[in-house]
Design a protein around this ligand. Structure first.
Ligand SMILES: [Zn+2]
Length: 495
């Protein structure tokens, strides 16, 4: 990476342009660049944060910034305050929480969907929110979830703003880093957990068998910032838990089995349908033992979270250290399971048109074979669409969606009265990414109209087309260079 200034010296009050150049092999990651100004023995600095995306270089798991997670928690706390003091699944506080998380994810490039809990949820419960990072093998999905709802007693910031916000910021960090993906990562924020694990239960039960088999593991985060907490992992010694355990062990935390949380949060919904589960928790209303206090600090004989399901579960009820360690462990697990050297390359495809151009008279049509090919990885579903057609021209595909490797027939229908001219149609195939090709359509002159020509003689009332636009001649003339219809409104009127 190289950094240059132009100019390298300025008079205070003036500006300079900083140019940062990366090379093709620069490793993906986020780098703070300190810019320093020095004069008369004084220096001032400012930081520019550069994120290098993409690349196939294996990257180390990033640090998820705890201050950003706390900013999300402050927002959830405010949302509760503005909506009667809580974020229960059936309330405006829940729906506002969902809108907040959804907005952040959409801005970051996630494919976000809301799922209505059509059965098993409390009447009036809000939706589940599902966000998929659209890279990596869609047949191998790692799902990370947290319940977004709270109880009516309070704002629910540790339970479960903490899990929700840790997951949100980790998702945003993944998007910012944009590493090469081996496998697929999906995030979920569940509704109506507090009324019986209902949102996740509906999602898990609604999965078709094939879709369920694509989910290699589900990781749950319910209360990950308990003030007097411990470090607990669901199914501590399972294969799915390995990266979660590896991270906390690397911090010397000696995590324990999450006995208190067994069967009590959304991981249970996935356990019931046979998906391997794990997750972090720092404890609810159970009491810390003397051995745990000796190991992790805190107060023995007191609940892990004394504000559990109470009005005092606010932003003051957050253990920032535990929150940070949890989010960093989620990122570590994502990187271990889904990011890395892509020995199994991401699925990709190409799109081409045959023929690439054609001439059609108004009132008739042309057909174009749109071919797709799998270029890396395995075949995928590709939806076809067209843009750039002028008024009177429609493009339809049969079929409208293909599996990469297959072809579709595009019919380009030109209505009578379509303005003569040459148009570039863009044909787009959308799968895990979008690819385009073009088809050049010439609509031949209909109705005796002609294309404007240099040197031709025109009489008032003559109609021509020029660059696809129709013009009527206002006074007789010979067409000299520079007298193209859009340049001389005295001679040509747009119609
Ligand atoms: Zn909870």
């Amino acid at each position: 990476m190289s950094v240059t200034f132009s100019p390298a010296t300025v008079t205070s009050g003036a500006a300079s342009t900083l140019r940062i150049a990366t090379s093709a092999g620069t490793a993906a990651g986020t780098y703070p660049i300190t810019v320093q100004g020095a004069a008369g023995g004084k220096t001032h600095t400012v930081t520019y944060t550069l994120t290098v995306g993409g690349g196939t270089t294996p990257t180390t798991p990033p640090d998820v910034e705890v201050a950003q997670i706390q900013a999300h928690l402050a927002q959830l706390n405010t949302i509760a305050g503005q909506n009667g003091g809580n974020r229960r699944s059936t309330t405006a506080g829940y729906r506002a929480s969902l809108a907040y998380v959804k907005g952040k994810l959409e801005s970051a490039g996630f494919t976000v969907t809301e799922q209505t809990c059509a059965s098993g949820c409390t009447a009036g419960a809000g939706n589940n929110l599902i966000a998929e990072w659209p890279k990596g093998d869609a047949n191998s999905v790692y799902l990370f979830g947290a319940h977004l709802d709270g109880v009516s007693a309070g704002p629910g910031i540790n339970d479960n703003g903490s899990g929700s916000a840790a997951l949100l910021e980790t998702a945003l960090t993944l998007a910012k880093q944009n590493p090469a993906m081996k496998n697929r990562v999906r995030f979920a924020w569940w509704t109506d957990e507090e009324q019986g694990l209902n949102g996740s239960d509906f999602y898990a039960r609604s999965l078709a068998t094939t879709e369920r088999s694509r989910i290699k593991a589900y990781y749950n985060f319910d209360m990950v910032a308990s003030l007097n907490g411990g470090y607990f992992i669901n199914n501590l010694n399972s294969a799915a838990s390995a990266p979660m355990k590896e991270y906390w062990t690397s911090l010397g935390l000696a995590p324990q089995e999450n006995v208190e949380g067994q069967g009590r949060s959304d991981d249970y919904s996935f356990q019931l349908v046979g998906v391997p589960t794990s997750g972090y928790a720092t404890g609810a209303s159970a009491v810390k033992s003397a051995a745990e206090a000796a190991k992790w600090g805190g107060t023995a004989g007191r609940a892990y979270d004394s504000c559990y399901h109470s009005s005092c579960d606010t932003t003051s009820n957050i253990n920032a250290t535990a929150l940070d360690r949890s989010a960093d462990g989620i990122a570590y697990t994502i990187w271990k399971t889904a990011v890395g050297d892509v020995s199994n390359p991401a699925n990709d495809f190409s799109v081409s048109a045959d023929p690439v151009s054609g001439t059609v008279a108004p009132g008739s049509s042309a057909t174009v074979t749109v071919r797709t090919a799998t270029t890396t990885g395995s075949a995928q579903s590709v939806a076809l669409s067209a843009s750039g057609a002028p008024s009177g021209v429609t493009v339809s595909f049969a079929p409208a969606s293909v599996t990469s490797g297959q072809s579709s027939t595009a019919t380009v229908q030109v209505a009578a009265g379509t303005v003569a001219g040459t148009y570039t149609l863009t044909l787009t195939g959308t799968g895990s990414v979008a690819h385009t090709t073009t088809y050049t359509l010439t609509v031949s002159g209909g109705g005796g109209e002609t294309t404007w020509q240099l040197g031709a003689t025109y009489a008032a009332g003559d109609v021509v087309t020029y660059n696809g636009v129709r013009y009527r001649c206002l006074q007789g003339h010979t067409a000299y260079p520079g007298w193209e219809p859009p340049n001389v409104p005295a001679l040509w009127q747009t119609i």
